[in-house]
Write a protein that binds this ligand. Structure first.
Ligand code: NDP
Length: 388
C-alpha cells in the first residue's frame, strides 16, 4: 500500500487528489489530511479515507475538528507545528496543495524525510526554488510538478537531453478578461474575476489567471524547476487551454502536451509516476475540437508578465518578495480595497523599493525567504493604503 498525505485536502487540488485515491482506495494508506477552515469537509474525508490524523492550519478551529472526529479513530491536530508533524509522518507520496507561501514549510519538512513531493503549491518554487530543490537533493527526496503546464513540460522532457532544449513555451487561457476592452478592466469586480473560461479552480488562482499573476508565477516556476534561462521561457495565449505546454528542441521539433481541462491528469501522473495508469479524464476528439488558436500575450493587458521577467532576472529572494506582495494585493482586491488594475502597480512598487535591499544577491534560506516575504507584505500594505 502506498502511504499518502495530502496538504490542502479541502481545496480544489486536494479534492481532485482525493477523488483519484477514492477510486482505488485499497491501494492507499492515508496518513494525514490537512485543511484550513473547511472543517466539515476535512473531517468527513479523514473519516471516509481512514486517515491517521486530520490537521487544521488554524488553532481556532481545533475544537470544532476535535468534536467532529470524536470516536472515529482519526486524531485531530491544529496549527503550524502540527502541519510540520504531519509532513514528517512516514509517507511515500505527499501532495503539496496548500495555497500561498504557507505551503513552503510543510513541503520542506516532507523533503527532509526523503519523500516524493507532488507540488501543486507553485509558491514554494517561486519563493524558495533553490532551497526546495537542494533540500530534495540533500535528503534523497523527489519533487514532481503538478501544475498542468509544468507536468506537461516534465512529460515532454521524458528521456530527453536538457542540452538539446532550446525553449519552453507555457500556454495561458488569458483568464476571465481576455476579450474585455482594456479600459473596462479597472471596473472588474471580484465575482467577474473569479470565473475562469476553462478551468474550475480555487478562487485565488482563478483571479490570478485573470490578472496573469498566475502565469507570472508559472514563468518563474519554470525557470526554477527546469533550470532553463529566462530568455528560453515563453508564454503564449491559447484560449482553448488544450495544449498545456511545449518544449522546443535544437532540431526544430516542438513537443506539445495536449489534454483535457482536468487537473486529475497532472495529479494522476504524479501519483503514479514513473508509470502511467488509466485515469478518469475525458479523451479528446480532435476532429470535433476543430482548431487550436494562439496569440501573443499583450503586456498592457497583462503587466504582471513583464514583472515576472524582472523577477527572473533579479533572482535570489525576488520571488519571495514578488509572491508576498502579490498575495497582499490579491487580498486587498478581494476585500474591495483596491481595483483589479491596481494590483500590479502595488507589486511593482514593492519590488522597486526592495531591489535596493539586494534581493538578487541574498542566500535563499527559510529565514531569509520569510524575512523578504514579511518585508514585501509590509511594503505592499503601505502601497495599498496609498491607493485607497
Ligand atoms: P484552494 O483555495 O481551492 O485550496 C487551498 C487549500 O489550502 C485548502 O485546503 C485550504 O483550506 C488550505 N489553506 C488555505 N490557507 C492555508 C494556510 N494559510 N495554511 C494551511 N492551509 C491553508 O486552492 P487550489 O486547490 O486551487 O490551489 C492549491 C495550490 O495549487 C495553489 O498553490 C495553486 O496555485 C496550485 N494550483 C492549483 C490548480 C487548480 O486547478 N486549482 C492548478 C495548478 C496549481 P480551507 O479551504 O479548508 O480553508
Amino acid at each position: 500500500m502506498k502511504r499518502v498525505t495530502i496538504f490542502g485536502a479541502t481545496g480544489s487540488i486536494g479534492q481532485n487528489t482525493i477523488d483519484l485515491i477514492r477510486r482505488d482506495r485499497d491501494a492507499y494508506q492515508v496518513q494525514a489530511l490537512t485543511g484550513g477552515r473547511n472543517i466539515e469537509r476535512l473531517a468527513a474525508d479523514a473519516v471516509d479515507l481512514k486517515a491517521k490524523v486530520a490537521v487544521t492550519a488554524y488553532d481556532a478551529h481545533y475544537q470544532e475538528l476535535s468534536e467532529a472526529l470524536a470516536g472515529t479513530g482519526v486524531k485531530a491536530a491544529a496549527g503550524e507545528a502540527a502541519l510540520i508533524d504531519a509532513a514528517e509522518m512516514p509517507a511515500d507520496w505527499i501532495m503539496s496543495a496548500i495555497v500561498g507561501a504557507a505551503g513552503l514549510p510543510p513541503g520542506l519538512a516532507a523533503l527532509r524525510k526523503g519523500t516524493t513531493l507532488a507540488l501543486a503549491n507553485k509558491e514554494s518554487l517561486v519563493t524558495a526554488g533553490p532551497l526546495l530543490l537542494q533540500t530534495a537533493r540533500d535528503h534523497g527526496g523527489t519533487v514532481l510538478p503538478v501544475d498542468s503546464e509544468h507536468s506537461a513540460v516534465f512529460q515532454a522532457l521524458n528521456g530527453e537531453d536538457m542540452d538539446t532544449v532550446e525553449r519552453v513555451i507555457i500556454t495561458a487561457s488569458g483568464g476571465a478578461f481576455r476579450d474585455w476592452p482594456i479600459e473596462k478592466l479597472k471596473d472588474a469586480t471580484v465575482d467577474q474575476a473569479s470565473s475562469h473560461p476553462n478551468w474550475a479552480m480555487g478562487q485565488r488562482i482563478t483571479i490570478d489567471s485573470a490578472s496573469m499573476f498566475n502565469k507570472a508565477l508559472e514563468l518563474i516556476e519554470t525557470k526554477e524547476f527546469f533550470g532553463v534561462r529566462p530568455d528560453q521561457i515563453e508564454a503564449v495565449i491559447h484560449p482553448e487551454s488544450l495544449i498545456h505546454a511545449l518544449v522546443g528542441f535544437n532540431d526544430g521539433a516542438l513537443m506539445a502536451h495536449v489534454g483535457p481541462h482536468d487537473m486529475r491528469h497532472a495529479i494522476g501522473y504524479a501519483l503514479n509516476h514513473p508509470k502511467r495508469t488509466k485515469l478518469p479524464v475525458e479523451r479528446l476528439d480532435l476532429a470535433q475540437i476543430g482548431q487550436l488558436t494562439f496569440r501573443p500575450p499583450d503586456l498592457v493587458r497583462y503587466p504582471a508578465l513583464g514583472l515576472a521577467r524582472d523577477i527572473m532576472d533579479i533572482g535570489g529572494l525576488a520571488g519571495a518578495a514578488f509572491n508576498g506582495a502579490k498575495e497582499m494585493a490579491l487580498d486587498a482586491f478581494i476585500a474591495g480595497q483596491i481595483r483589479f488594475t491596481e494590483m500590479t502597480p502595488v507589486v511593482a512598487e514593492v519590488i522597486e523599493k526592495m531591489t535596493a535591499e539586494r534581493l538578487g544577491n541574498a542566500a535563499v534560506t527559510l529565514d531569509s525567504v520569510r524575512e523578504s516575504d514579511q518585508m514585501a507584505r509590509k511594503a505592499a500594505q503601505s502601497a495599498i493604503e496609498q491607493q485607497r
